[in-house]
Design a protein around this ligand. Structure first.
Ligand SMILES: NC(=O)c1ccc[n+]([C@@H]2O[C@H](COP(=O)([O-])OP(=O)(O)OC[C@H]3O[C@@H](n4cnc5c(N)ncnc54)[C@H](O)[C@@H]3O)[C@@H](O)[C@H]2O)c1
Length: 341
């Protein structure tokens, strides 16, 4: 079968640790072109994957015959570059947060529809084994009625991750737009929408910059969320957890409590109301601490959705709904009101 011709735009950390190696090891894919503003980053990726290097994504899209593109760029470029790639006839896998506003997200969804192409957002948390198992248990009714949850994603900040370290775009409002909430919080709004199978209808948030000095974006946030059926919970995001990373989620139901990524060995622990405890030792979650090297299944899923002509699990609409929760939290923090959405 003909291989899928892929380009990766942005050759920073997420491209280097996830997109490029996962495309590179996929038998149905050929990495044809790569692009980064910094020429040596593009050249290094091009050399490793036998691709052509570009420093301007518009030239890449004009010159190469590409089937699919990964957008691995700072947040403010997600929408314009995704739309340009979709209009050039490419399927798009865009990193999270999908965009910096609802209008941008809608433009991306429209461009995908108008051009008959797939648009997927790289919310890898849906493919983490403990999360997959939790979804299965919840759908089987093992928890009974769900009452509440708490979910968090926090670590020391992107200076330890981004290719530009302390100088990174992650800390600059005009490029990132949202700080820890856009980097980490949106992973959890997406995860909770997926696990609970419900939308959040009310959002309250404290979204602060109270830890890092050289940034004008948020680095600590605590939010309270309520779903349509009345499940309530907290979502926290932080770039100021000085100890180890915390990526845990706890879901409290009528028949059981599920603890996800809370125990270092057993990534899912189910504590049943009758006293029974079931421990699942599943694969590890992707973490900054390990350089994100383990298979995220994101690329595999994106490629399958193209080859099998299926809607990806995390479509543009899904990405937009998960983004909206974060935008509502920011609005709540600014207006000091609960936001209905
Ligand atoms: N899914 C996940 O778990 C996950 C994890 C980390 C980052 N991300 C997301 O991936 C995206 C990229 O993050 P990163 O960690 O790789 O950042 P990074 O800072 O490591 O890399 C960004 C790269 O983009 C390049 N770049 C900037 N402007 C460009 C332009 N106009 N044209 C071409 N290249 C340009 C930079 O030179 C840099 O090499 C972000 O949206 C981030 O939120 C997702």
């Amino acid at each position: 079968m003909k291989k899928l011709r892929v380009a990766v735009i942005g050759c920073g950390s997420i491209a280097k640790f996830r997109h490029l190696p996962e495309y590179g090891s996929h038998s149905g894919v050929e990495v044809v072109a790569v692009c980064d503003l910094i020429e040596e980053r593009a050249n290094e990726a091009a050399e490793t994957y036998g691709a052509v290097a570009y420093t301007d994504y518009k030239t890449l899209l004009k010159t190469e015959q590409i089937d699919a593109v990964s957008v691995c760029l700072p947040n403010y470029l997600h929408a314009p570059v995704s739309v340009a790639a979709l209009e050039a006839g490419c399927h798009v896998l865009c990193e999270k947060p999908m965009a910096t506003s609802k209008e941008e997200a809608e433009n991306m969804i429209k461009a995908a529809k108008d051009n008959g192409k797939k648009l997927m957002i790289a919310h890898n948390q849906r493919f983490v084994p403990s999360h997959v198992k939790a979804k299965e248990l919840i759908e089987k009714g093992e928890l009974g009625k769900i009452y509440s949850f708490r979910t968090t994603f926090g670590h020391g900040g992107p200076e330890g991750w981004s290719v530009d370290g302390k100088e990174s775009w992650f800390f600059k409002k005009e490029k990132a737009f949202i700080g820890a909430m856009g980097d980490l919080g949106v992973h959890k709004s997406d995860l909770m929408r997926y696990l609970l199978g419900e939308e959040f209808v009310e959002v309250a948030g404290f979204v602060e910059n109270n830890a890092k000095e050289d940034t004008d974006v948020d680095d600590n946030a605590v939010c309270v969320l309520k779903t349509a059926s009345g499940i309530i919970g907290t979502l926290t995001a932080s770039w100021a957890y000085k100890g180890s990373e915390d990526n845990s989620t706890i879901i409290f139901g009528e028949k059981a409590t599920l603890r996800l990524e809370d125990d270092p060995i057993n990534s899912l622990v189910a504590q049943y109301a009758n006293g029974q405890i079931v421990k699942y030792e599943l694969g590890k979650i992707q973490s900054n601490e390990e350089g994100g090297q383990n298979n995220s299944h994101v690329i595999e899923h994106f490629v399958d959705s193209i080859v099998q002509d299926k809607e990806p699990l995390i479509s543009g609409e899904e990405g937009m709904k998960s983004l909206q929760v974060i935008l509502s939290a920011l609005e709540s923090a600014q207006t000091k009101r609960i936001v209905s959405q």
